[in-house]
Design a binder for this molecule. Structure first.
Ligand code: GH3
Ligand code: MG
Ligand code: MG
Ligand code: MG
Length: 297
């Protein structure tokens, strides 16, 4: 798709000649005779680049540049005559990406535009990569839940909130029952499918503030901010019931299911992250001891 450029210049001769040249270079071109007109056009049309004159009646090009950079992710190149008082520094400080002196050769303008487009594409790719990597760093690859690292990051923050503002905080720890046997019977890959489903089941039971983590191999944690123990137990019970209901088909003709043991706890005053986790883990251990497939506080 053609890149789009908006030209803003109150000198009609310049505006038209630049417009003609850039159209010839296969850009999609629009033009405005002043900054107000440009602002109006930008409401419905966002080009890749705005090429603006500086000295214009009413609103000058630097003000227009600031306005564009505030509102849109559009690169701006400013054009100005040698005799004008505006400096390169002023233009850059206003948010312009580049600066060109009039009169310029079209060849130079085109090279500068191409460089801006290249840099914009590179920046876009870099930003996306950074965003993907940030997500990857906190996500468990198998279940799509948050990972162990993120669990500690988040629980530390929540416990701090509790210590400072006494906000309620509850925690669930879950461990699949006899999962080693499931793997031994149906194979590790089938076990992985159960873990993936666990991710979906747990997520589907959460409220908007809650967050779920793969704590370890087949162990999960759910953080429930602003939640008292009783409410946390309801969430946990719902997860346990939905796990029981899920049907797995590890082999043709075979239908099976799994159960999960859950420990629940609400943070109490004076407790730190470690003891809060330990206490929840103990509740989970009691669920295991008392026959599994249950929730214990
Ligand atoms: P229980 O918890 O009821 O006491 O019994 P269990 O058999 O589940 O015991 P435990 O929690 O100690 O077992 C963990 C098992 O989970 C061991 C391993 O085979 C399995 N496991 C851990 N991580 C993964 C994984 O990423 N994929 C698969 N398929 N299995 C895993
Ligand atoms: Mg002018
Ligand atoms: Mg385990
Ligand atoms: Mg287990």
């Amino acid at each position: 798709m053609a890149h789009a450029i908006l030209i803003v210049d109150d000198d009609i001769a310049i505006k038209e000649s630049v417009e003609e040249f850039l159209t010839l270079m296969a850009y999609e071109v629009k033009s405005a005779e002043n900054a107000f007109q440009a602002v109006d056009i930008l409401k419905n049309f966002q080009p890749d680049i705005v090429l603006t004159d500086i000295m214009m009646q009413g609103m000058d090009g630097l003000e227009l540049t600031r306005l564009i950079r505030e509102k849109y992710d559009i690169d701006v190149m400013v054009m100005t005559g040698y005799s004008a008082d505006y400096s390169y520094e002023e233009a850059i400080n206003s948010g312009a990406s580049d600066f060109i002196f009039k009169p310029f050769r079209f060849e130079e303008l085109n090279l500068r535009i191409k460089r801006m487009l290249r840099e914009a594409a590179f920046k876009k790719e870099r930003d996306k990569l950074l965003k993907d990597m940030k997500k990857l760093a906190i996500t468990d690859g198998l279940t799509g839940l948050f990972n162990f690292r993120q669990f500690f990051h988040q629980i530390k923050q929540e416990v701090e909130r509790f210590q400072r503002y006494s906000r309620d905080l509850s925690l669930l720890m879950l461990d699949i029952d006899f999962f080693k046997k499931y793997n031994d019977t149906w194979g590790h890959l089938e076990g992985d499918k159960v873990l993936m489903s666990m991710g979906m089941i747990i997520s589907s039971c959460l409220r908007s503030m809650d967050s779920a983590y793969r704590y370890g191999g087949e162990e999960f944690a759910v953080l429930l901010p602003e939640t008292e123990l009783e409410e946390a137990c309801l969430v946990g019970t719902r997860i346990g019931a939905n796990v029981r209901k899920a049907i797995f088909t590890p082999e043709k003709g075979v239908q099976t299911s799994v159960t999960v043991s859950i420990g629940a706890a609400q943070i109490i005053s004076g407790e730190d992250v470690t003891s809060f986790i330990k206490r929840t883990d103990k509740a989970l251990y009691r669920s295991k001891e008392n026959g599994r497939n249950r929730l214990t506080v």
